[in-house]
Write a protein that binds this ligand. Sequence first.
Ligand code: ZN
Length: 202
Amino acid sequence: MRHRPSAVGRTNLDIGFERSAASRFLRNHEVLGAPEVALLTKPNKNQRMSDHFFARDEYFMRLALREAQRAAEHDDVPIGAVVAHAGELIAAGHNERELRQDPTAHAETIALREAARALGSWRVLDAVLYVTLEPCAMCAGAIVLARIPRVVFGASDPKAGACGSVLDVLAEPRLNHRPDVASGLLGEECGALLSEFFASRR
Ligand code: ZN
């Protein structure tokens, strides 16, 4: 039986308006283990690695990791994203490409759409997007269009990453918006989730 894509939309909308959403996430999902598998991705030597993290960054990245786990429940590559606005969780999304058979249904685009709905504005200002894997060209483009001021991602993606690995859309000087980018936060856990997913399918 196919999963209903709308189920995720409903949950995410709820998240956007419930201040307790984060604690609900934690209740509903078991704490991640520490998988001892090889990383899918390693930092690219050209990547702008940053250790400019803030106290709440790990907390929100763990929520993104839980979103990523939900993608694997419907056989989608486990990538998750959340958006925090003024320190509050306002949106969450995970990869639904297989579920929806939609090439654009990446975790980031889903979370950005929900964040814009929550704010009533296509400009997602005063916000941070957390995502478990380096955004692709499409998602990096959407981040620029949404004027997101800051992006934090976990694992690098040497095959399709557009935040320093293959392209660097977020640092492109010819574009009119360049968010701050911090990478590598919980990168091993984010990468291990992907490694385990692909290993389980071999
Ligand atoms: Zn993407």
